[in-house]
Design a protein around this ligand. Sequence first.
Ligand SMILES: NC(=O)c1ccc[n+]([C@@H]2O[C@H](COP(=O)([O-])OP(=O)(O)OC[C@H]3O[C@@H](n4cnc5c(N)ncnc54)[C@H](O)[C@@H]3O)[C@@H](O)[C@H]2O)c1
Length: 347
Amino acid sequence: MSNILLSSSLDEIGSIVSRFQTGGKVAIISDENVYDLYYERCRQSLDTAGFSIIGYKFKVGEKSKSVDTYIKILEFLAQNKLGRSDSIIALGGGVTGDLAGFVSATYLRGVKLFQIPTTVLSMVDSSVGGKTGINLESGKNLAGAFYMPEIILQDANFLSTLPMKELHNGHAEMIKMGIISGEELFKKVSEPLYNMDLNHISTLIKTCSELKMEIISTDFHDEGRRQILNLGHTIGHAIEKLSGYKISHGEAVAKGLSVISDISEMMNYCIKDTSDAIKNTLKKCKFNQEMPFSAEEISKAVRNDKKVRNDEISLILIEEIGRCKIVSMPLEEFDNCLREAMNRREI
Ligand SMILES: NC(=O)c1ccc[n+]([C@@H]2O[C@H](COP(=O)([O-])OP(=O)(O)OC[C@H]3O[C@@H](n4cnc5c(N)ncnc54)[C@H](O)[C@@H]3O)[C@@H](O)[C@H]2O)c1
């Protein structure tokens, strides 16, 4: 597996790509915000290294992770004659990484991909592990491919321009990693990120992304242990979709983590102290744990989740901090558990 995390600066991207390609074209794909902030620096570095560069910017937001934008980018690459031995750089957050990653996996049956994540969420999570994809009308990430980048370039300096709201958004995935990993990391990520300096955040990002890398290295195709990373996501994805993507991925995952800790406690997988610890951490880190949708609405939305097969859902439940379990249950049982857990909630 060639998924390499590289702590480096954006200015070095030209010499990094040179290790994989001599001359030729590089396409930089970004959303409008990131393009305006960082495209020129990226372009200059590649230009100095002797590449010819084409740039594509798309509208900011989850709605761009669509079939429409995907096709537009493919056409743009074809019109600009990007070839089999050329490369694509995904410069941006998780939306860019997923979209440009899927483009790389499918354009000419696959061209080299370099991931340059610029949000906390994309540094700790979405750029690591090779999952790429777009949303369909029916649900999130329903079309996609496993596709490894040559390199993931981690440069914490991107965080200096990241809005506070986005710093917060990525924090939910770090809390998830803490629950999966154990008390030591859970404690470290249980403080609001805006209280930490950039160096400290950068160290935590490194720990979380290395942990994810370690998990996926044992189960690249998500058939076993990797599913643990889905903690909080089945309900989270349903909330994101029901909100028309107005609720961010991180906010939705935080709500998902909160409800799944209630379900885990209700089903006697964990004790009350464990679910309280998770909900208190989410509260301390300023995540809103209120559920804006009914159990029935969530149950209906969950039916389009990739984790549903033959009317069974694969759910990640919490046994204790540092120990989660993959549990398969009939959808009907899930509906009942969700309804009961949501009725009991005091949040
Ligand atoms: N592939 C995976 O394994 C995986 C895992 C988790 C999440 N995801 C996906 O990731 C996506 C969410 O990613 P996200 O939260 O990074 O969203 P995003 O890509 O939309 O970025 C969030 C916002 O931050 C802005 N931004 C990005 N970097 C910036 C910077 N350095 N300075 C200033 N502004 C910046 C963007 O323009 C955007 O407005 C979702 O689509 C989710 O499904 C994928």
